[in-house]
Design a protein around this ligand. Structure first.
Ligand code: PMT
Length: 220
């Protein structure tokens, strides 16, 4: 149908932060609220898609009837949930801020305060989006890129290295953009050379623009 062009499509959206446990009390995380990904999930559902929202720990919720929320905590759990759904998916939008490192060992008891300095060894978490790119069959893959500098160069490198169809660049250097705001300022880069810079607008409007670009990619 014309107004719901993603009818019959299954979409996976990742959103929010992940948390990586240090001990039963403490963890490593980041500032993602999940708002950007929740808005994209809603816009995809409005376009007719059946959406699975794989959401890290946040107080934000999705209320859209077309969106099924699948809560996860760690990068490993997000990886397992997303990969279990991947073969049935037509498209994936990765808006989550996944922790890149996690503690090598999780202490099973609270670490006691003692030494002046405490060292925690970290190891890489799985790169979910990179894995999806390497195992792509027919899915459209849309990533995000969040940086503080060299934004364009890093975004284009991720587009290429992760075998994405499109990447959404946002920068912490732009006022009103990035974590937790209700607004964002993004530039879209397609693998075909498409480049579209959007002005600062609400995350709901940004989400609609991203979904329009996804619908165009589908027909390309
Ligand atoms: O949640 P909000 O408060 O609304 O904020 C929105 C946002 C700033 C979190 C969002 O717009 C955003 O930029 N999300 C991506 C943040 C990020 O971690 O970007 P990155 O450049 O480090 O990662 C590149 C891409 O790889 C992302 O699509 C990310 O989801 C994915 N990735 C990264 C690491 C990893 N281990 N697995 C991944 O899948």
């Amino acid at each position: 149908t014309i107004d719901r062009p993603l009818t019959g499509k299954m979409a996976i959206v990742t959103a929010g932060p992940t948390i990586e446990h240090i001990d039963p009390v403490r963890y490593i995380t980041n500032h993602s609220s999940g708002k950007m990904g929740i808005a994209i999930a809603a816009a995809l559902a409005d376009a007719g898609a059946n959406v699975n929202l794989v959401l890290g720990p946040t107080s934000q919720v999705s209320n859209h009837p077309g969106v099924t929320t699948l809560p996860v905590q760690t990068a490993q759990e997000m990886f397992e949930k997303v990969t279990s759904l991947y073969s049935a998916a037509n498209l994936v939008v990765a808006a989550a801020a996944v922790a890149d490192y996690r503690p090598v060992n999780i202490a099973d008891k609270k670490i006691k305060k003692g030494q002046a300095q405490l060292h925690i060894d970290l190891e890489k978490t799985p790169d979910i989006l990179k894995y999806l790119g390497e195992h792509k069959v027919h899915q459209l893959l849309i990533g995000f890129s969040l940086e503080t500098d060299n934004e364009r160069e890093y975004a284009l490198k991720k587009l290429n290295d992760k075998h994405l169809d499109m990447i959404v660049m946002n920068s912490l250097a732009d006022a009103g953009a990035g974590f937790n705001y209700d607004t964002n300022k993004v530039t879209l880069f397609g693998k075909n050379g498409m480049e579209r810079s959007l002005p600062l607008k609400s995350k709901l409007e940004v989400a609609k623009d991203i979904v329009s670009a996804i619908i165009e990619l589908q027909h390309a």
